[in-house]
Design a binder for this molecule. Structure first.
Ligand SMILES: Nc1ncnc2c1ncn2[C@@H]1O[C@H](COP(=O)(O)OP(=O)(O)OP(=O)(O)O)[C@@H](O)[C@H]1O
Length: 263
């Protein structure tokens, strides 16, 4: 298995502060990683490295076999699918759902043309169908609910047939039903052997879909633990990560966590 992502002693320093601090981490082809950590821990910074939108201040980052700093990122980026709220804000509100997904095939956030291939349209419809968005194809993106927007964005991220799929808090802001619907769909994607390698950032263990294989926990820019879910998802690790005593429980392939009552 080859490395999809390899960080070696990577630090990202801004205003004299290390947002990520000497991080070494590798993601192999086919793995599905969760990044867990409190607010401000450096999770999005790690995703921005993985998506080649940020370069290390020190250390080396290799994405899909290409070393950042020595590769044309405009060739690398189409190989990476990304869904994040920052990206959602850049998508034109007046485009339809189908157009929003289709424009990804051409590496754009805007610019609807009439000349899209029938093959591309077929693919866009198929991804939207898998994400339960078939009834919304002609709806304007700006009129969608939070959950519908997230599902559209994931379909959009899949459109370029990426080798690496990055999901930044895909379930944030969803109600319980919306979260469970999305988590089930992501679980199905995670178990699909033809789906790309995946890295998903979350604050909540309840949002970890079935089928995810590895977890990285980060706190104040430092990696606390990184490895297989079976060995690393423990109450002790989670408590260290979030800085208070937590009890982690597993039910089948899903997780819950709660703080211990105050004594
Ligand atoms: N350009 C920047 N200059 C200075 N500080 C920054 C910059 N970008 C991010 N930070 C800081 O770096 C830290 C890590 O940010 P990051 O967004 O990676 O955290 P996060 O774990 O994703 O947080 P959250 O869960 O709140 O989204 C934060 O304290 C943030 O304020």
């Amino acid at each position: 298995m080859s490395d999809v992502l390899e960080l070696v002693d990577v630090s990202v320093v801004r205003e004299g502060r290390a947002l990520v601090d000497e991080v070494s981490w590798s993601v192999k082809e086919g793995e599905r990683w969760i990044i867990l950590g409190p607010n401000g821990a450096g999770k999005t910074t790690l995703l921005n490295l993985a998506s080649s939108y940020l370069f290390p201040t020190t250390g080396t980052a290799t994405v899909l076999g290409e070393r950042l700093g020595a590769v044309d990122v405009f060739e690398l980026r189409p190989r990476i699918g990304m869904s994040s709220s920052a990206l959602t804000e850049k998508l034109p509100r007046s485009q339809t759902v189908l157009q929003t997904v289709l424009t990804a095939a051409y590496g754009m956030t805007a610019g609807w043309q009439e000349s899209y291939d029938a093959v591309d349209e077929e693919r866009a419809r198929a991804f939207l169908d898998r994400l339960g968005m078939s009834d919304y194809l002609d709806r304007r993106f700006g009129t969608l609910s939070e959950g519908e927007r997230k599902r559209t964005q994931i379909a959009r991220a899949m459109m370029t047939d990426p080798e690496l799929l990055l999901l930044d808090e895909p379930a944030a802001g969803l109600d319980l039903g919306g979260r469970e619907d999305l988590v089930r769909r992501l679980g199905r994607l995670a178990r699909d052997p033809y789906a790309p390698s995946m890295i998903m950032v979350t604050h909540h263990v309840e949002e970890i879909p079935a089928g995810f294989t590895h977890v990285l926990m980060i706190r104040q820019g430092k990696v606390l633990t990184a490895g297989p879910m079976e060995t690393e998802m423990t109450s002790a690790n989670l408590s260290r990560c979030f800085g208070l005593p937590l009890v982690l429980e597993r039910q089948g392939e899903r997780w819950t966590a709660a703080g211990l009552p105050l004594g």
